[in-house]
Write a protein that binds this ligand. Structure first.
Ligand code: PGA
Length: 247
C-alpha cells in the first residue's frame, strides 16, 4: 500500500488530485467514487480550480457517491447530495445527470440499493474511489462490525459517528441514525482507491488500517486486500505509523 505523508490539508488535496488524474488517465468516461465529509474538500477545491483554469474537463465524468443519510431529501442542507452539489458539482462542468448519490428518501431501500450496485456494474465499475475515514475506522458508513464482503445497504450509525457528525446539525438529536452506504465489498471493486485523512483524531484509525490486522472492527483495514490503494495523510494523522511512508 502506498502511503504519502503531507504537511497539511492543502498539500493533501494537491497530491490527491495528482493521484486521481493518474488513475483516470486514458478513460473516455472516467468513473469516480466520491466521498463527503470535511476531508475531501481540499481535493474538490483542486478539481474545481483545474476545471476553471481549463486544465481538467469533467463533461464525460460519471460519479457515484458512497453514502447518504436515510430520511434526508436531496434539498436538505445536510444531505450528501446537497454537499456534493455545493462543494464540487456546481463548481465543475460535470453533467449532473451523470452524478449519483444514494436516495435517502427511497421508498424501497433494498431495491434501491440493488439498483445502485447494478448501475455501477453496468457502467463497468469505478476507476478511482475516494475515501475519508471515520475516527472509528469506518469507510463510507461501514461502521465497525460491517462485513468485509458487504454491498450497498441500509445501516445503523454508531453513537460515535452521530456524535462526530453532530457538528453539522443543530444538535445530536437532529443527526439521522440510519444511512445507505456502499459496502466494503463494493468499495474493494474499484480499480484504484485513494484514502484521505487529516487531523490527530484520525491517527488511531489510520494506524489500525495500515498496520493492524484485517478486521471488521477496523473497516478500513479491509483496504489491505486491495492492490492499488494510496493513503494520503497529514503528519498529525500519520503520527502513529511505524511503517515506511513517502513524503
Ligand atoms: P470527515 O469525515 O472528513 O468529516 O472527518 C470522514 C468520515 O467520517 O468518513
Amino acid at each position: 500500500m502506498r502511503v504519502i505523508v503531507v504537511k497539511d490539508k492543502a498539500a493533501m488535496g494537491k497530491r490527491a488530485w495528482e493521484v486521481m488524474q493518474e488513475a483516470i488517465m486514458g478513460h473516455a468516461n472516467p468513473v469516480l467514487g466520491l466521498a463527503t465529509g470535511s476531508t475531501p474538500i481540499p481535493l474538490y477545491d483542486e478539481m474545481a480550480r483545474a476545471n476553471k483554469a481549463g486544465k481538467a474537463d469533467f463533461s464525460t465524468t460519471i460519479t457515484f457517491n458512497l453514502d447518504e443519510y436515510v430520511g434526508l431529501a436531496p434539498e436538505h442542507d445536510q444531505s450528501y447530495r446537497c454537499f456534493m452539489n455545493k462543494n464540487l458539482f456546481d463548481k465543475i462542468n460535470i453533467n449532473k445527470a451523470n452524478t449519483h448519490v444514494p436516495d435517502g428518501k427511497a421508498k424501497d431501500v433494498p431495491a434501491f440499493c440493488a439498483e445502485y450496485e447494478r448501475m455501477m456494474d453496468d457502467i463497468g465499475g469505478v476507476h478511482c474511489q475516494v475515501l475519508g475515514i471515520g475516527s472509528n475506522g469506518h469507510i463510507g458508513f461501514n461502521e465497525p462490525g460491517s462485513s468485509l464482503a458487504s454491498r450497498t445497504r441500509m445501516v445503523q450509525l454508531t453513537d460515535r459517528t452521530i456524535q462526530d457528525n453532530s457538528r453539522f446539525f443543530a444538535g445530536k438529536k437532529d443527526v439521522p441514525t440510519k444511512a445507505i452506504t456502499m459496502g466494503i465489498g463494493t468499495v474493494l471493486e474499484a480499480d484504484s482507491i485513494i484514502l484521505l485523512a487529516n487531523g490527530a483524531n484520525k491517527a488511531d484509525a489510520v494506524k489500525k488500517s495500515l498496520e493492524g490486522p484485517i478486521t471488521c472492527m477496523a473497516p478500513a483495514s479491509a483496504l489491505q486486500l486491495h492492490g492499488d490503494v494510496t493513503f494520503i495523510v497529514t503528519e498529525d494523522a500519520a503520527a502513529g505509523l511505524t511503517r515506511m511512508v513517502e513524503r
